[in-house]
Design a protein around this ligand. Structure first.
Ligand SMILES: [Zn+2]
Length: 203
């Protein structure tokens, strides 16, 4: 389920955003409101799109990650219509300037993210601090079985559904490599090999 299902998104008042809670209910808050200790609702809408919304699970997991990392997480891309996951309020692209790509990826995995795409800049390393540029995409593709913006959000067994879970390493502007069978261990293996950019992009 995404923020756009059941029409909630069309009822967001100006100056407000939507948070869809775990029970599927829609809550409208002022964009300036802190919806968790370190995140205002508008942090999930850096492009200032209207209307916009975010799934509570994404917010909760990012806040847990913020606590574990102990330094600010900057959302560089949140809600945007042209992406299935971003346009469903399920995804955030983040930068944590004071941590390395590896540290942030590990933290994301530890708090429960199972869809992680790590994109660095050419000429940099995944062991660099993220202040060198690049971003990490995280999403909470939720297994609800609802078809959201053309993406099937369902994972009865995860067999034969390459888009969930999904781990990928890549270089900005280049091909991205991902792992099958989609384990975090495999993710690290792929990183070590640097994966030969296969062009496979999950969803
Ligand atoms: Zn993204």
């Amino acid at each position: 389920m995404g923020v756009q299902d059941t029409g909630c998104l069309s009822r967001v008042p100006w100056g407000y955003g939507l948070v869809r809670s775990y029970d599927g209910r829609c809550h409208f808050y002022l964009s300036s409101k802190y919806i968790r200790s370190n995140f205002r609702l508008k942090d999930f809408n850096p492009a200032n799109v209207h209307p916009y919304g975010v799934m509570e699970k994404l917010v909760a997991q990012l806040q847990t990650m913020r606590y574990s990392l102990g330094v600010p997480i900057i959302i560089t891309s949140g809600y945007r219509r042209e992406s299935n996951t971003h346009g469903s309020g399920l995804a955030a692209d983040i930068v944590v300037p004071r941590k390395t790509f590896i540290q942030v990826t590990q933290a994301a995995y530890n708090v429960g993210f199972r869809r992680i795409e790590v994109v660095r800049r050419s000429g940099t390393s995944f062991w660099n601090l993220m202040s060198v540029g690049g971003h990490i995409h995280l999403d909470v593709y939720d297994g609800s079985g609802n078809n959201t913006g053309g993406t099937m959000y369902d994972c009865p067994s995860c067999d034969g559904i390459p888009c969930y879970p999904w781990y990928a390493w890549g270089i900005q502007g280049g091909w991205w490599a991902t792992s099958r069978p989609n384990t975090f261990y495999q993710l690290m293996q792929n990183l070590k090999k640097n994966a030969g950019y296969t062009g496979y992009r999950g969803c």
